[in-house]
Design a protein around this ligand. Structure first.
Ligand code: NAI
Ligand code: MG
Length: 359
């Protein structure tokens, strides 16, 4: 049966990069490798301009009715003066909450062809391939109570609460272990069990849950050490699983090891396997409308979508191989350009991926 994809191009470079991702989906569809129907809707600043709401009810309904959502990016200086509740970014948060997307998959990989792009030595990062699994709907970003009060002394007192239910830890660990089973079967659970009771429980639950996965090699690391190890010797990691806040920080750190923000996809999944897929970068207002943005992060997000939500792992592998081939051909957008390579625009890069896919 045909799977439904909701396409949310968003703002800035969003429409430009999403157009290239759609070319790739169309090419796979034309040859019968996948069976999808695509529908478009408004989100972010584009939706605000249309109806005063960054996440119109119709968009959320359409997202709920789809198997997967492909998102470009939202936001830009035009909407910065708006109240927080109207900002384009609210659209994203609303989609995450509305779809119950509790598992954020943030791969950090570096195609060997781009090893020069990193600020780290190429032998440290070349061929890097880490998957960070971040809990996305719990932890200190959502815990109650929270707030800032003024004490009797007149001093301000601010607080947030780090809390997890056992079930929340279990389900995110399961996602990590399931993914690791399809990769190197090694998972490092990152916590601060020496200081925070919640994460001591996190570690216990991680161990208990792993009993169902005898083939998984589970290790544990305190978050401070994990951040050091990510920069010192990142290739020691396969899958990492961690809390919302630790994952927020570690995944951005891991992304920067690769030095190419225009190359990295992401996925956010719910319990039903429904997912939202988007590049990790933003709407890049500084280069929007010029046809020079790198569409590869979005194209690789499509690969993740096919693998994790649409049961089309073979097509996903082919997209990743096509991207690698295009890099072998020496094609580069401005953000990953280096000496001796051929600089191309957004559309030319998308066309090259489609050609490589067909070859
Ligand atoms: P950004 O990721 O949009 O841009 C950072 C730098 O990277 C810019 O110099 C940009 O030109 C470059 N860049 C990003 N993606 C690129 C691509 N595909 N190809 C070539 N170069 C690329 O982050 P920034 O500038 O902090 O935020 C811009 C807007 O995007 C803000 O309104 C922000 O709120 C929003 N944003 C949205 C996100 C989302 O939709 N998930 C995530 C991050 C930021
Ligand atoms: Mg972040």
């Amino acid at each position: 049966m045909s799977k439904k994809i909701l396409v949310l191009a968003g703002d800035g470079i969003g429409p430009e990069i999403v157009a290239e991702a759609i070319k790739v989906l169309d090419a796979l569809q034309a040859e019968g490798a996948i069976d999808v129907t695509m529908e478009e809707a408004l989100v972010g600043g584009a939706a605000y301009d249309d109806c005063g709401d960054p996440l119109p009810a119709a968009t959320l309904e359409a997202a709920k009715a789809s198997d997967a959502v492909l998102l470009g990016a939202v936001g830009g200086p035009k909407w910065e003066p708006l109240h927080f509740s109207k900002r384009p970014e609210r659209g994203l948060l609303g989609l995450r909450a509305g779809l119950g997307l509790f598992a954020n998959l943030r791969p950090a990989f570096l195609y060997p062809q781009l090893a020069d792009a990193s600020t780290l030595k190429s032998e440290v990062v070349s061929g890097l391939d880490i998957m960070i699994v971040r809990e996305l709907t719990g932890g200190i970003y959502f815990g109650e109570p929270r707030g800032v009060e003024t004490l009797e002394s007149g001093e301000r007192y601010g607080y947030n609460t780090l809390c997890y239910k056992e079930s929340e830890v279990k389900r995110i660990c399961r996602v990590a272990y399931d993914i690791a089973m399809k990769r190197g079967k090694r998972v490092c659970s990152v916590d601060k069990a020496n200081v925070l009771e919640v994460t001591e429980m996190w570690r216990e639950v991680a161990i208990e849950t792993a009993a169902d996965y005898p083939e998984i090699e589970l290790s544990h690391m305190y978050v401070d050490n994990a951040s050091m190890q990510l920069v010192r010797a990142p290739k020691q990691f396969d899958v990492m699983v961690t809390t919302n806040m630790f994952g927020d920080i570690l995944s951005d750190c891991a992304a920067m090891l690769t030095g190419s923000i225009g190359m990295l996809p992401s996925a956010s999944l719910n319990a039903e396997g429904q997912g939202m897929y988007e590049p990790i970068h933003g709407s890049a207002p500084d280069i929007a409308g010029r046809g020079i943005a790198n569409p590869l992060a979005t194209i690789l997000s499509v690969a993740m979508m096919l693998r994790y939500s649409l049961d089309a792992g073979e097509a996903a592998d082919r997209i990743e191989a096509a991207v690698s081939k295009v890099l072998d051909q020496g094609l580069r957008t401005g953000d990953i350009m280096s000496e001796g390579m051929r600089q191309v625009g957004t559309a030319e890069m998308g066309d090259a991926v489609v050609a490589a896919l067909r070859a």
